[in-house]
Design a protein around this ligand. Structure first.
Ligand SMILES: NC(=O)C1=CN([C@@H]2O[C@H](COP(=O)(O)OP(=O)(O)OC[C@H]3O[C@@H](n4cnc5c(N)ncnc54)[C@H](O)[C@@H]3O)[C@@H](O)[C@H]2O)C=CC1
Ligand SMILES: O=C(O)C(=O)Cc1ccc(O)cc1
Length: 303
């Protein structure tokens, strides 16, 4: 599909892509660049590619497709490093969880003649690093592209075919809309998880061993999200600030209303809300979105 693919960043997402590319024969050659020599050595040990280097500029030489899979806060630095070595006509994409900030960071460095197509696979787990990846990660998951106006349609179609070959379903979206949707369905749940696990951990009257011993499955689900990579999620919070703050403010208002209903013993209000949310959950299941975690981004099964 592509002659040479360069993967910049070889953690959970980069290494899953490397495995999928190999398994499905989507490129003749894979070059891998990452900042740290230790991560690079781990990638080599796992036999994820053909060329290994700590220089992004070296990795992208002659590559037809360059995929940047680093924490979103590092996108600008990576774009700056590789810009001068990108092949004319190459496609440059990323997998970052936030899009407006990544575009603002990378676009100024993209040379004329390089097709920049920002992307985001809605597929992941709480694990990180090159050993955490697996080829099937993207199967039956959405991948959202947020291309800039005027982007070459042929380059978009080719990248779409690449993600479809990895098992994903591609949708195009405006970058601001992406950031709002993801703020509520992905970023807020992670922030709530970090917060609730932090609150439990801060309690003086309940010990950590009691939390471990008695944790119900609901709390355990939160601990899974709260185990997600700290660098990645720090960057998501800092780089989707406005949309996250908007969702947090709505969330806090609704939480205050729930708190009030509990304080005043408003059972009808509690019952109505819980009935409605149960319906939302059932609609998701009926639409074919499976129940087992991690299942975020799964595309509904067709009837
Ligand atoms: N983990 C998840 O579930 C998902 C993550 N994403 C996005 O994918 C991107 C990568 O995330 P993961 O693979 O999970 O992270 P990870 O922590 O597993 O891997 C990150 C990789 O980037 C490298 N790196 C960090 N800073 C760098 C720099 N300045 N220059 C070059 N390499 C650098 C690290 O060495 C590592 O190889 C992030 O932008 C994240 O928002 C998107 C979908 C799901
Ligand atoms: O592990 C989970 O439940 C996730 O939600 C994974 C995930 C995290 C970040 C993304 O941008 C996309 C997917």
């Amino acid at each position: 599909m592509y002659e040479k693919v360069a993967l910049i960043g070889i953690g959970l997402i980069g290494s899953s892509l490397a495995r999928a590319i190999r398994q499905k024969g989507l490129a003749r050659e894979i070059s891998i660049a990452t900042r740290s020599a230790d991560t690079l050595a781990a990638a080599r040990e796992l036999d994820l590619g053909d060329i290994y280097t700590t220089s992004g500029a070296e990795a992208v030489e002659n590559a037809d497709l360059v995929i940047v899979s680093v924490p979103v806060g590092a996108s600008g630095a990576v774009a700056k490093e590789i810009a001068g070595s990108l092949k004319p006509g190459a496609t440059l994409t990323d997998v970052g969880s936030t899009k407006a900030s990544v575009i603002a960071q990378m676009e100024p460095y993209v040379p004329e003649g390089v097709h920049f197509i920002p992307g985001h696979p809605l597929a992941g787990t709480e694990h990180s690093g090159p050993a955490a990846g697996f080829a099937e990660l993207f199967e039956n998951k959405w991948c959202i592209f947020t291309p800039l106006p005027g982007t070459d349609e042929g380059a978009i179609d080719k990248l779409k075919a690449f993600w479809e070959a990895c098992g994903s379903h591609v949708e195009l979206m405006d970058k601001e809309h992406h950031d709002k949707v993801l703020a509520i369905v992905s970023h807020l749940p992670h922030i709530i998880a970090y917060n609730i696990v932090g609150t439990a951990d801060d309690m003086e009257t309940v010990t950590e061993s009691e939390i471990i011993k008695y944790s119900a499955s609901g709390f355990r689900d939160f601990t899974r999200l709260a185990a997600s990579d700290p660098t990645m999620w720090r960057d998501v919070c800092l780089h989707n600030r406005d949309a996250i703050l908007e969702m947090l403010s709505r969330f806090s208002e609704d939480l205050a209303s729930l708190q009030r209903a509990i304080r005043w013993g408003d059972g009808d209000k509690l019952f109505d809300l819980f009935t409605h949310t149960r319906h939302v959950r059932r609609s998701i299941i009926e639409a074919g979105q499976d129940t087992a975690a991690p299942d975020f981004g799964r595309v509904p099964k067709k009837d």
